[in-house]
Design a binder for this molecule. Structure first.
Ligand code: HAM
Length: 421
């Protein structure tokens, strides 16, 4: 029979108690840390479906983007309707708010979940990956930009990110963007024969995307190309300087060649990169998208947001969850011992800082203690028939030496558990 394998670029994430450096554990812990930060900024959670009509992504992320052009997972459903797995979260949030007629008020959202892009997998680049996103809806340019950068700095701080650089740029208003695209096109056209097919396609569909080229030859040609700052207004440039100066003690760089891979951006854009990541060095990105709601048939609702690549952030994170005391609860009895299980159940209510893992499997005391040690448990609690009869238990510290093992009454054990921190 054929072996069933996972799909390329779609890794399984498998947590493991005993192994702090397990990359899946780091991903789960990063998610927990991010949610705490989102709550501290008074954001509300929003969950939209993983599947949407394909047209949503054509009209938002844009058909000049690689994401829609080459990377969208699109299927016909049983009704022959074209549906896509979401490649990102912003479009679904906008669709949802327009559909519920909530596009006449402000919203502060966060979300977290899997996204899909049919990319060429490599380190830090997957076909199924996880993003945490933030969308601030109904806020015009100004303080919301500062709030975005403040959130990035809080994320860096909470996760102990060391080598972070935040790159910022401004795409100007529509006129400025159009004029810049025109100038770029005029500059690049004489070099057409030297551009790779991908860059040539980009030149025809959306010249801004050529600035994102990975080709060394194109990068060379771009050295003398017109720059965005020659086109955007004084207000836009002032905003960039204001943001940089507001957080002057942090590594924020104005980069006039920064562009984003999605079409909906209209003004301030940004990315955070880290040298510790290798080729896929951008661990978050976002910007302002003031036209998306009206482009999708909703009201004119100014908006700004960002998304964080969880795998990449986890890779450079130095965060570890608060150390809770792990107790391995071992019941040694031939029958199903519900009285012993009830003791474990009651212990859980005594202290929020403990984790109790009841060893549910059959096996000898020796094998269960081996498992407790493998899990790096702090204590084992052992209850057999004798202990149950006497209303006692054995408490065995696992991180100190064996002689410390003692027999406690259930009442004394409760006091001990309550005192753990
Ligand atoms: P994005 O730049 O396409 O923006 O993605 C955000 C982050 O997701 C990237 O910086 C990267 O860390 C991560 N990422 C993207 N593709 C992959 C992949 N194939 N494998 C692993 N990680 C990946 C957006 O998605 C926008 N929706 C952000 C936004 C929200 N703009 C406004 N609101």
């Amino acid at each position: 029979m054929d072996k069933i394998n996972s799909l390329t670029g779609m890794p399984d994430l498998i947590g493991q108690k005993s192994n702090e450096s397990n990359s899946s554990n780091k991903i789960f812990e990063t998610e927990i840390a991010l949610i705490k930060i989102f709550e501290s900024y008074s954001l509300n959670e929003i969950r939209t479906p993983a599947l949407e009509n394909e047209s949503l992504f054509n009209r938002s992320v844009g058909d000049s983007s690689d994401i829609v052009n080459k990377e969208l997972y699109t299927f016909l459903d049983k009704n022959k309707k074209k549906i896509s797995l979401r490649p990102e979260g912003t479009a679904g949030v906008a669709r949802s708010i327009i559909e519920k007629k909530l596009d006449n008020e402000t919203h502060r959202f966060w979300y977290l979940g899997p996204m899909w892009r049919y990319e060429r997998p490599q380190k830090g680049r997957y076909r199924q990956f996880y993003q945490a996103g933030i969308e601030l809806l109904g806020y015009s340019e100004g303080l919301a930009e500062l709030e975005m950068i403040s959130m990035i700095l809080s994320i860096n701080d909470a996760l102990g990110i060391k080598n972070s650089k935040i790159k910022i740029n401004h795409l100007g208003n529509k006129d400025a963007k159009d004029q810049f695209c025109e100038a770029l096109k005029n500059y690049l056209e004489p070099f057409s024969s030297k551009l790779e097919k991908l860059d040539l396609d980009r030149l025809n569909k959306n010249p801004l995307r050529v600035l994102d080229s990975k080709s060394e030859q194109t990068k060379d040609i771009l050295k003398d190309a017109p720059k965005m700052n020659e086109f955007v207004s004084k207000e836009s440039l002032d905003l960039l300087n204001l943001i940089k100066n507001s957080f002057s003690e942090h590594n924020i760089e104005i980069d006039y060649s920064l562009v984003r891979g999605l079409d909906y951006y209209t003004g301030f854009i940004f990315e955070a990169i880290s040298d510790d990541l290798g080729a896929q060095d951008s661990y978050l990105g976002g910007g302002r998208y003031d036209n998306l709601f009206s482009d999708l048939g909703g009201k004119k609702l100014p908006a700004i947001g960002m998304a964080i690549g969880i795998e990449r952030l986890a890779e450079i994170s130095n965060y570890s969850v608060e150390n809770k005391t792990l107790i391995s609860f071992i019941v040694l009895s031939d029958k199903i011992e519900q009285n012993a299980y009830k003791i474990a159940h009651e212990f859980r209510y005594l202290n929020n800082n403990i984790i109790i893992e009841v060893q549910l499997s059959d096996g000898s005391l020796k094998s269960k203690l081996r498992k407790a040690n493998k899990d790096k448990a702090d204590f084992a609690i052992i209850i057999g028939d004798e202990e149950l009869k006497n209303k006692t238990l054995v408490l065995k510290p696992l991180k100190e030496n064996d002689s410390d093992q003692k027999i406690l009454s259930i009442e004394d054990a409760k006091k001990f558990i309550s005192s753990l921190n």
